[in-house]
Design a protein around this ligand. Sequence first.
Ligand code: ING
Length: 309
Amino acid sequence: MARIITVAAAQMGPIQRSDSKASVVARMLALMEKAHGMGANLIIYPELALTTFFPRWYFADRAEADLWFERSMPNSDVQPLFDRARALQMGMSFGYGEITPEGRHFNTSILVDDLGRTVGIYRKIHLPGHVEHDPQRTHQHLEKRYFEPGDLGFPVWRTMGGLFGMCICNDRRWPETYREMGLQGVEMVMLGFNTPSVNSQRASEAIEERMFHHRLSLQAGAYQNATWVVAVAKAGMEDGHHLMGGTLIVDPDGHIVAELPGEDDGVLVHACDLDATRFGKQTIFDFKRHRRIEHYGRITSQVGTIEPA
Ligand code: ING
């Protein structure tokens, strides 16, 4: 038996600080039309898909960054996306900066099903970077300044005929991200990313090295939890700062089955059989049969490294 979901990874090229939200939404709609034409019934957009990657900019007054956030979702700016996705019976996920009614700030992604119903949101838990301006770095990465760590955990939702979860960018580098969803039976992990092609603390690091770590993290997470993983880039040169590409789809055995070249707006479509997760979940990664949690205590009781004397 096959439970096919035809996924479109909708990579977005650069968004400049001066680009209007309307122009970005128009680009996202064009990608949705292309995805529909290619037979997709789920479209996944990048992290912070509506704006430039603004955590690269230092604002002494954090409130100056609020213009990059959304105070409600959906809202009038993005309503055309929700309307068109529903008309095309296409599920949708995209990332955005979220300000809650209480004034809290999160790096968030939303999942909407193919009938246009909001399934849920995920708030980024692993925030890279720093809080204060760091002159030692070649560029700033101020996610810890502008966002709080997510407070919703790693939900998995039963929707669109399968079990779906989300994470965001740096989350993909942490095995705990995938295992938390794997222990809920996740069959597809969706994520967007904005990854600078330069390491702000090690200028000598080549983009090939960063692409290696990007692929390694995704393939390991997929294989070790017998799940599909779909990773979607915002890429290209944003106001002189380069973001790497690497939009790709990994199957439940850890193989990259599709990858989009380049750094422009583009759609990568793959028919993913969610039943392809069954064998791994029922054999090598049958968690109930094989895991020994009595030996895993450090993982949730200890934050940093404690070396033996
Ligand atoms: N960006 C980067 C990412 O995790 C990063 C930051 C890059 C951290 C490389 C460590 C190494 O892909 C975001 N937005 O998390």
